[in-house]
Design a protein around this ligand. Sequence first.
Ligand code: 1HN
Length: 350
Amino acid sequence: MQHSVDETTRSKRQEFYDRLKPHDLAPLWEVMKGMLPPEPSSKALPHRWRYQDIRPLVIESGSLLTAEEAERRVLVLENPAFPGQSRATSTLYAGIQVIMPGETAPAHRHTPSALRFMLEGEGAYTAVGGERTKMSFGDFVITPAWAYHDHGNEGSDPAVWLDGLDVPMIAFFEAVFREDYNDDRQEIMRPEGDSLARFGSGLLPLSGGSRYGLTTPIFNYPYERTREALYKASRGEAVDPHLGTTLRYANPMDGGWTMPTMSAWVTLIPRDMETARIRSTDGIIMCIAEGSGTITVGDKVLDFSPRDVIAVPGWKWRSFKASEDCVVFCFSDRVAQEKLGYFCEDRARP
Ligand code: 1HN
């Protein structure tokens, strides 16, 4: 309801507000509407980073300093709405990391969780929980909160991947801690593939939970399996008009999302499909694994090619137009919103 007030009333109220200030008090009624908008309006902007632009620069950074020196040699994907804040969306960090042949990135751990989506190069590995995993194109790799991790590249080409972290979210809670390991590389205690065999074969150990608390014990979801599952699933059922064929990465311990703060999934949109508009409260970062086309986010139309990264702010309508079969890796803060009890999505009539 609109109330109009005369000048005398206004100045009387202002005088009262001024007397509140020294007591560190403020009137809610002056700010309440701004605090509770009728619907979310993300401050983040829809944005696309072209891999074609990033690649030469991230490779060039490889000649400026070593991975060791940098600790992590990464070009941060800054949402243009948040310069200098290391945020790709309001709650998530993203960056493109490069490890040159023979280099290592030293072991450390932190309270933020991390995920990787592998973009190029063979022969790079990451180690988590005393186990190494080789990272190949399209692999979805997880670093649980507070788990030591180090990376290396034993191949002959630069290894490049997309990093996603929940740093802005953990920083909002003012709970970011970090610690270095007492050596550059962590001790390897398990053979490669142990986690995937033990937890990712449709089998589970008879007793015990995840090795990483709320995070999935599988720390590499290989692209080969993901891609095959997507294509097979796309033939078995009608394609969803809003989502194409979408499968989410699951924690085998409980069937839930793979991490407690970041949801991850993959979408296959067949050639020539135009998806119906959908919007959801999570802010999403997408990385094109295969294919090209356009995505409309709010009133922005962004064309994309393989390895491009796209930021989709919360509650903006989005839809795809695929010129070829497109495989899109996505991650968002959805799981955190679900746990807080308010996540929602809205589908426009196809
Ligand atoms: C981090 O630990 C990695 O381990 C990458 O590869 C990017 C960005 C912010 C904070 C920690 C990594 C990061 C990061």
